[in-house]
Design a protein around this ligand. Structure first.
Ligand code: CS2
Length: 456
């Protein structure tokens, strides 16, 4: 029997259930309702809703497939969230999602929801590639046609016509300056397609920056079966995550928002120190563990980080390479942050697959590795990151395993002849496939090529 509003009463007593009015009109629309959102923003919002009278409900939008809609809609959008701490696990039902719409099927309903008077916030976890950025970081208008931009702008035009207030557009993806990037990309779209909306957008909408952090592995079939045996109901939308959760948001909202700060969310003037540390240390280490760990024959993050060689490498990446490029904020201690990250990676109950992290490398390494290489103050080489790049090129060549990346064809063509100076130059630098402020020096190129040769 499936979890739903009708069956929720059958759950064991140790599974907390939402007792608030879930019929309230949705006030948030979220693009990209994957596992991360359901373990993070939806959980923070659910926690607020449990304490305060008027609940904030979320309409989730699936950008690509109907999978999440098929999981959640038959369950009245209820699902369980299980925290696995290593010592045990704790399961509760999240009630903050009202319904799930699918971008390709429910366009009008999505636009109407964003244009409605009850909507105040639109949030995003569309992944790095979902922002449809061209090589130079501006909006690729062709790609953007199939993304969230047209729907969002149609809704904003309707809001303006109806005299409704603007919206807070809150990016929750792992990009540096995610809110600023979203604001710039939205303006690219508006200027190209609906230029007379520009003034209203500038005056009425905001795009706060935010740092999001929680490790959320894709659930496995075994996870779902074991949960069903434990709670007595089938939950096709179940999510499993770690105990840790962090959300830091720039205090720049256009209108009302949930009292997220009552649940530990930090609302601050400047997100940059948190965001830079998180992207360069956590995500940077993750990507290194992914490519080097897969080459080392590992499957999961906790296995890779237990490998003494890899552990030395990620520690070096965090403390010697990333940390010197981060201007720590007040009370931020990067050494203890690194130690805490290693502990989180070690959690054996998570079974976080390296392959999940290895996806979309072309979209990730810029903010995780290349910004560090461009900004690193020392004379010596950033050997850990350069080693990571060698493993990534080996991966991107397509000769070792399937590559899941939107730029896969170009990367494979550039790496077709295997390790060599030419390939490194074709991929990086001012005219390379992965454009960034970092152009590899001769010494860096030689280092990468040498490491890459050792792998083939
Ligand atoms: C990971 C992130 O898949 C990846 O690329 O590095 O999803 C990571 O688990 C989260 O950002 C943690 O907050």
């Amino acid at each position: 029997m499936r979890l739903s509003q009708d069956t929720i009463g059958q759950l064991p007593d140790d599974v907390a259930v939402p007792a608030y009015d879930r019929a309230a009109a949705p006030s948030i629309v979220h693009f990209g309702i994957g596992a991360f959102h359901r373990a993070h923003q939806a959980a923070f919002t659910d926690a607020c809703n449990r304490e305060y009278g008027a609940p904030w409900m979320i309409t989730g939008v699936s950008m690509r497939s109907a999978t999440v809609a098929d999981q959640l809609n038959p369950q009245d959008s209820l699902y369980t969230l299980t925290e696995r701490t290593g010592e045990g696990s704790d399961t509760r039902v999240i009630g903050a999602i009202a319904n799930v719409l699918v971008a390709g099927e429910d366009r009008d309903a999505i636009v109407a929801q964003i244009a409605s008077a009850t909507c105040h916030i639109v949030t995003f976890t569309v992944t790095e590639k979902g922002y449809c950025r061209a090589l130079d970081g501006s909006l690729d208008l062709g790609m953007a046609e199939a993304g969230f931009y047209p729907m969002l702008c149609d809704a904003l035009e309707q809001r303006r016509a109806a005299g409704l207030p603007g919206l807070s557009l809150l990016s929750c993806d792992n990009l540096s300056g995610n809110g600023k990037q979203l604001g710039r990309l939205m303006r690219d779209w508006i200027d190209a397609r609906v230029p007379d909306l520009r003034e209203w957008f500038d005056g009425h909408c905001t795009t706060p920056d935010s740092m999001v952090d929680r490790i959320v592995p894709a659930p496995s079939a075994d996870d779902l079966d074991a949960l069903e045996r434990r709670i007595g109901l089938r939950d096709e939308g179940a999510i499993f995550t770690e105990g840790f959760s962090q959300w830091v948001i720039e205090d720049d909202f256009a209108g009302p928002r949930p009292a997220w700060e009552t649940q530990g969310v930090q609302i601050v003037d400047d997100v940059a120190p948190y965001e830079t540390a998180k992207l360069r240390m956590l995500n940077g280490a993750h990507s290194l563990l992914a490519y080097a760990g897969l080459d080392g024959g590992h499957t999961y993050v906790h296995e890779a980080v237990a490998d003494p060689q890899l552990r030395t490498l990620v520690t070096r990446l965090m403390l010697k390479e990333a940390a010197p490029t981060i201007e720590a904020g007040e009370g931020q201690d990067l050494a203890s942050y690194a130690a805490q990250l290693v502990q989180r990676f070690e959690n054996p109950a998570l079974n976080h697959r390296l392959e999940q992290i290895a996806m979309d490398g072309s979209q990730k390494i810029g903010q995780r590795w290349l910004e560090v290489l461009a900004e690193h103050p020392g004379d010596g080489l950033c050997e850990a990151i350069l080693t990571g790049i060698a493993h990534w090129l080996h991966h991107a060549s397509g000769k070792v395993r399937t590559v899941d990346d939107p730029r896969v064809d170009e990367l494979q063509a550039a790496c077709a002849d295997g390790p060599g100076t030419e390939a490194v130059r074709a991929v990086f630098g001012a005219t390379g496939l992965i454009r960034s402020a970092w152009t590899p020096s001769d010494a860096e190129t030689d280092f990468i090529v040498g490491k890459w040769r050792d792998l083939v």
